[in-house]
Design a protein around this ligand. Structure first.
Ligand code: GLN
Length: 271
């Protein structure tokens, strides 16, 4: 089959499946199969597309499997990260957390990425701030393996640690802890792409989505060096409640940072 008609049919079928960006996604899938970019796809409607392979990938997307899992990667902060169903797909709003951390300057620091998943925070911070000593931990071994692959592929010298939150860290302390923890309440309505495909461990935190923050508030203070900071991503309605929760546990609330759409996304606390 040639590209032109395939794209038209694929776009239609994706729209019927309730996928809004169907045109773009059809082009990306075709480009992925042919090993070319979208511009090339658009310029060559007469090119031949291997029909069975294209049909198989399209069927996966119609069943609402996220595009990033089908492609096997997602861009984050200008770099390509491998992803698998073992890890949360990187979100653009998490770049707010990267920017808040980078704004601290380039003085050497001990940094911890708690719940690293695909490794986006640890790897990006190490590459943007090479003087930082970066440790990435996760409770999931399969996630850590993805993160490690990303660190190697992108040339980031990051230390990895299998740990349930701070449990396996011993007495080590840090100047900066960054985390994009699970913060969705069990039972909250989710897009099929998220609820049916992304790892529950990375998404859910108790009935209202606060249980992981509660744990961080209880355990995190003694993991910070004097003057240390913890920067957390929060759900779009959670910033004030998370800040209060930490203040009640004896932390200082330093700042709340909004993402590009103006939604408060990062809460900065410390001792
Ligand atoms: N740190 C990773 C990210 O920001 C994983 C987060 C998670 O699994 N909750 O995408």
């Amino acid at each position: 089959m040639t590209l032109g008609p395939w794209l038209a049919t694929a776009e239609e079928r994706l729209a019927e499946a309730g996928i809004e960006s169907g045109r773009l996604e059809a082009q990306v899938l075709a480009g992925h199969i042919l090993g070319v970019d979208r511009t090339w796809v658009l310029a060559h409607p007469e090119a031949t597309l291997p029909e069975a392979r294209a049909g198989a990938l399209l069927a996966r997307r119609i069943r609402r499997e996220p595009l990033a899992y089908i492609l096997g990667y997602r861009e984050f902060y200008g770099r390509r990260f491998l992803v698998s169903p073992a890890v949360l797909i990187p979100r653009q709003e998490t770049e707010t957390l990267v920017e808040a951390a980078i704004a601290l300057g380039s003085t050497p620091m001990a940094v911890l990425d708690l719940g690293t998943g695909s490794g986006i925070l640890a790897v990006t911070l190490k590459l943007e701030r090479p003087a930082w000593d970066v440790t990435a931990l996760d409770v999931s071994l399969t996630a850590l393996m993805v993160a490690q692959q990303n660190a190697e592929a992108l040339g980031a010298d990051v230390r990895f640690c299998l740990s349930d939150a701070f449990a396996a860290l011993g007495e080590r302390t840090f100047d900066l802890i960054v985390t994009n923890p699970p913060y969705i309440g069990v039972g909250e309505p989710l897009m099929p792409e998220v609820g049916q495909f992304e790892p529950s461990l990375a998404l859910f935190a108790g009935p209202t989505g606060f249980s992981f923050y509660e744990r961080l508030a209880a355990e995190g203070l003694r993991k910070l060096n004097g003057g240390g900071r913890m920067m957390m991503e929060v759900g779009h309605t959670q910033a004030a409640d998370v800040a209060n929760l930490f203040v009640e546990q004896g932390w200082v609330h330093f700042d709340t940072v909004a993402d590009l759409s103006g939604t408060p996304r990062v809460v900065v606390v410390g001792r």
